[in-house]
Design a protein around this ligand. Sequence first.
Ligand SMILES: [Fe+2]
Ligand SMILES: [Fe+2]
Length: 472
Amino acid sequence: MTAAPDYAEKIPNNVDLRDDRRLQRALESWQPNFLRWWESMGPALPTRDVYLRTAVNVGRAGWAHFAHVPMRDYRWGIFLAERDPDRRIGFGEHKGEPAWQQVPGEYRADLRRLLVIQGDTEPASVEQQRNLGATAPSLYDLRNLFQVNVEEGRHLWAMVYLLHAHFGREGREEAEQLLLRNSGSAESPRILGAFNEETPDWLSFFMFTYFTDRDGKYQLGTLKESAFDPLSRTCEFMLKEEAHHMMVGTTGVDRVVERTAQLMVEHDTDDAGPCGAVPLAVIQKYLNFHYSVSLDLFGGETSTNVANYYTAGLKGRWAEDRRPDDHRLTDDPMDVDALVDGRPGQIEVPALTGLNTDLRRQYIADCQTGVNRWNKILADAGLPHRLRLPHVAFNRRVGAFAAVNVSPDGELLDDAEWQRRRGGWLPTEVDKTHVRSLMRPVHERGRIAAWLAPPRSGINGKPFDYEYVHLT
Ligand SMILES: [Fe+2]
Ligand SMILES: [Fe+2]
């Protein structure tokens, strides 16, 4: 059974760490390396304390505790959702068997790889966001940024715990490597492309938390189904924290669109740029960029690796238990995106090999809900303009469409035409310079930058003008 979280320990946890001295010592020797990484690669803006939510209990009855804490004293810990002693494997060839509490030898390498790939994204986003504090549009936003950052740090802890607890010396070595690779580094970059892109401004941050953190939600959702029960329980709890990151992205873009729409109406113009906001056309370009690089994170349209992961029970589908099929998929077909005669189209493949496409489609449908929401803001302002998701083949670097140039409408283009028109679809230097020019810090209590609307509500029932962050 799950123990009560132990806060007397150096590493807060609900996994009875003190009963396993070897594991405890191994993690305690990783901890100073983590803290060194946090000091050198984490948030660059000096602060005295931040109004943070800290996980103190994973149970249904309130797991979050809010208080002003110095960020380096945030109690990064190890929290797994409560164990269901009767849990059974929900899919694949082991469907119906009891979930695994230990890693089966034959799946050791694959599971380790899945943990490392997931674990690598967590500190990467902290690195990508480290300079944003200097240009925060309000203390409320600054606090949300730091909340996301400390939780991504905790997600790294979550993966490192599993590596240490279940993968021996190789796991410990991987845990070291997770602190040695760095976002954007030429010699040792992060594993996935989107996590080596910059997050240079707050519009990028909101788009990142909307589109790229949402990829994380879907990846965690597949790992939550895993037959390896400790991984499943870890991901279940991470998903609860992830919900806040989604909120930051969704409402962040809401507030940018709201302010832009307001100025477009007030000044009767299509271009809110000269009024001190982000032009709607530029919002669309940022959306196009972040959406397309996030689509790449789902990998190729077909994958035999992923088919094997599914059959083995390592990684399921999004909402596996709600799928009306046999959860084995051995004979089922599905249509996946593909190049057909050189153009974006679809082909039929065995469902097992198309699971990346299945997950990407779940994700795309979810992304559309944000676009609908932002379009409602435009409609409510009385504007005819609308935002939209570009075609799935637009600006792809991974998978079937990496080889072709496709417009947001799905039109096939040759290289020359793509080069000529891409500035209309993706942020140009001029666009980025304009966005950067808006990024002047507003660090005074209760005030907000002019390029976005204030939030509808504060954090934990506090007002917008609460002192969410004390700077040094
Ligand atoms: Fe995360
Ligand atoms: Fe996240």
